[in-house]
Design a protein around this ligand. Structure first.
Ligand code: FEO
Ligand code: CA
Ligand code: CA
Length: 674
């Protein structure tokens, strides 16, 4: 019997980071050139013609949790709720992890640490692909802990390794002439790591252990393609004429833990790894940002699968949500085609009242969409082998939807600054538009297979709402409200021909992002309509056009570019950031914020990560918080020959992406220090 998760945790960047992580997504033309209008625009026009009717209808719809957000002056400020009673840290530019008074921290695992007995200790100057296959990978992003006991003393930790930054991995790296061994190290440093952790009773420090669970998933690991597009001609290659078997997963950003104890992980900026799209004149490639000739890493020189001229369909085999069973190290991980193909940030599950499962996922690029999948089958309770086997098929059959949002304020009041409209809220309603179910397409002119493989194009056709980079999306374990981090969009209303401010994306040149609350219209997750509101409009609190759930802004921490969201056992929201230096060059961090009561919106900074790093993959336990520190020291002008960070090994060492654990010095419960 396998213990199931106690809580459904999930859980301007340097140019070099933009190039290696996202393939310079921010510097390319935005791939979404569709002219599908924002639904609010249609409403506004209609409102002008039939004044009152639509507004009156909207007014009958209760707004979700945002309804609780009163004007700041009316709020009383009380004691911090359970889990958030800590003194916030100050924003800073230090080359270290900064935690609140009364807390301690330690490294759980670093890039290159061995995961198996007999594997050599990491040696920066003598790395090999064979060693990297057995060591912790590079640039950890998502993390999850599957507890192996109820006291959080041991667990299985799973992390994603989003991308490699070769100039920081090799001294004297020649980007024009990488060696084959450097490419192979890159293949092995991508993917996921699975390993057991144990917590010291005396400190709270999690440390990795060798165990039967330990495993590396790399670009060489076989995956099974499942769902209605499995076996499609669009997925067949010379190596895999079945269209059902893919080696590896790539650019895995965030992820989720399913109620049946598996891991979901999103393949995000896969486009950048594929060479020689130029000249193909294929709109299905450009819609995904697959453009250009040579790639940054030049892997196409060492394996033809990265060369579109030689293997045109390999690119269609990435951009999926994958599922991994960490409890079974011999299991074959899966690519789920029914959840669609786009730049998946993540996927997270909510179980509907009748047992069907709902997966939410965002497409993280400017002006892209939010999706939802509803299964046909129902989840079996319990953790027997038979139940788990059944539950691991639930994402194979169902219906895929995309979100269309409607604001309830007149378009004239959404002026692009972030100033609240006269009803005091950025809020409204929305609907889920069906795209495909099994072999049935709901999109005119597209087969179901095409909908799954070219999901962005299908969503364009049905008029989905263009959002400001949907990052993590996760369901509150108690209230069912869905929280989505919309990271930023500096092209909104700026670039000619691009959509301007809309009520869910209310700022032009949106540097700091917002956090969206979405509540299905009924308690049932199967609902096809929802209410929504913005919980946070991020930035500096002294900016009059930021919003912190209605809380007194003189009391909150500044925040930019929300990325990952997580919940603690008390129902508070935690947010980690990827601010690209947009917060005046200050370091990224992890924030806690209450969602209910008089303290709703009282955002507090819990920790910051070292210079150049990004805070990701928060796991909020009862006594330990873990975060991943991705790309520490990755700032322009730096590289392995000129490091600007020596975290975490200090001295003259090179920075190493790592997982950090934070606990109370007195080993008490988190957030209960007065
Ligand atoms: Fe890899 Fe969407 O952040
Ligand atoms: Ca409104
Ligand atoms: Ca992310």
């Amino acid at each position: 019997m396998i213990p199931l998760p106690l809580v459904n945790h999930r859980v301007g960047r340097a140019a070099v980071t933009c190039e290696y992580r996202c393939g310079d997504a921010c510097f390319h033309d935005v791939p979404n050139t569709s002219d599908n209008p924002y639904f609010g625009d249609l409403v506004s026009r209609r409102t002008a013609l039939k004044a009152g009717a639509v507004v009156a209808a909207a007014a009958t719809i209760a707004t979700p949790a945002t309804a609780a957000a009163a004007a700041p002056a009316e709020k009383s400020q009380g004691r911090p709720p359970r889990g958030l009673d800590f003194k916030p840290v100050q924003v800073n530019t230090k080359d270290e992890v900064v935690v609140p008074e009364g807390y301690e921290q330690g490294i759980v695992i670093r890039w290159g640490d061995p995961l198996f007995p007999g594997v050599p200790e990491f040696d920066f100057d003598n790395q090999t692909a064979a060693k990297q296959e057995k060591q912790f990978g590079f640039n950890c992003d998502f993390a999850a802990i599957l507890p192996l006991d109820p006291l959080e003393l041991s667990g299985i930790m799973v992390t994603n390794h989003e991308y490699t930054s070769e100039p920081f991995m090799f001294r004297g790296y020649d980007a024009n002439n990488p060696t084959e061994e450097q490419a192979r190290i890159g293949w092995a440093a991508h993917g996921l790591s699975v390993f057991m952790i144990k917590r010291s009773l005396f400190t709270g420090h999690y440390k990795p252990r060798f165990s039967k669970y330990n495993r590396r998933i790399t670009l060489n690991t076989p995956f099974e393609v499942r769902g209605p597009a499995a076996g499609s001609d669009l997925l067949k290659t010379s190596v895999d004429p079945t269209g059902r078997k893919v080696f590896g997963t790539i650019n895995n950003c965030s992820g989720g833990v399913t109620p049946w104890g598996t891991i979901l992980s999103g393949e995000e900026n896969f486009n950048q790894y594929f060479a020689n799209a130029a000249g193909r004149n294929d709109p299905r490639l450009t819609r995904y940002g697959v453009t250009g000739t040579a790639t940054t890493r030049k892997w196409e020189r060492f394996d033809k699968r990265w060369d579109l001229a030689k293997e045109p369909n390999e690119v269609n085999r990435f951009g999926w949500v994958i599922e991994l069973d960490p409890h079974d190290p011999d299991s074959t991980p899966v690519k789920h085609t029914h959840l669609g193909r786009f730049k998946h940030e993540t996927a997270n599950i909510r179980v509907a009242d009748d047992g069907r499962v709902v997966a939410y996922s965002g497409d993280d690029e400017r002006f892209e969409y939010i999706y939802k999948f509803i299964s046909t089958g129902k989840m079996k309770r319990g953790n027997s082998k038979a139940a788990r086997r059944h539950n691991m098929t639930l994402l194979d059959d169902g219906t895929l939807y995309v979100a269309r949002f409607k604001g309830d304020s007149p378009a004239s009041e959404i002026d692009g600054t972030g100033k609240l409209p006269s009803d005091g809220k950025f809020d409204g309603t929305g609907e889920w538009i069906p795209l495909a179910a099994g072999k049935k397409s709901f999109v005119p002119g597209m087969t179901a297979e095409e909908v799954y493989v070219f999901t962005r194009i299908a969503a364009d056709k049905v008029g989905a709402t263009k959002m400001d980079r949907p990052e993590d999306i996760e369901c509150h374990p108690r209230t069912g409200t869905v929280y989505c981090a919309l990271s930023n969009n500096v092209e909104r209303g700026v670039t000619a021909g691009k959509e301007g401010a809309t009520e869910p994306n209310p700022r032009i040149n949106n540097r700091h992002g917002q956090v969206l609350e979405l509540q299905e219209r009924r308690s049932d997750a199967l609902a096809l309509t929802f209410n929504w509101g913005l919980f946070l409009v991020c930035g500096f609190p002294d900016d009059p056009n930021t919003y912190f759930g209605g809380y007194d802004k003189s009391q909150v921490s500044p925040i930019s570019s929300p990325d990952n969201v997580a919940f603690d056992r008390y129902g508070n929201l935690w947010i980690s950031t990827d601010a690209d230096g947009k917060l005046d060059g200050l370091n990224d961090g992890l924030y806690g914020v209450p969602l209910e009561g008089p303290e709703r919106g009282h955002l507090k900074l819990f920790l910051t990560v070292p210079r150049g790093g990004e805070t990701c993959g928060p796991v909020i336990g009862e006594r330990v918080i873990t975060v991943c520190v991705q790309h520490p020291g990755e700032v322009d002008g730096a590289n392995a020959d000129k490091p600007v960070s020596n975290w975490p090994d200090r001295g003259t060492s090179r920075p190493r992406p790592s997982v950090v654990a934070v606990w109370r010095k007195d080993r008490g419960r988190l957030g209960e220090i007065g």
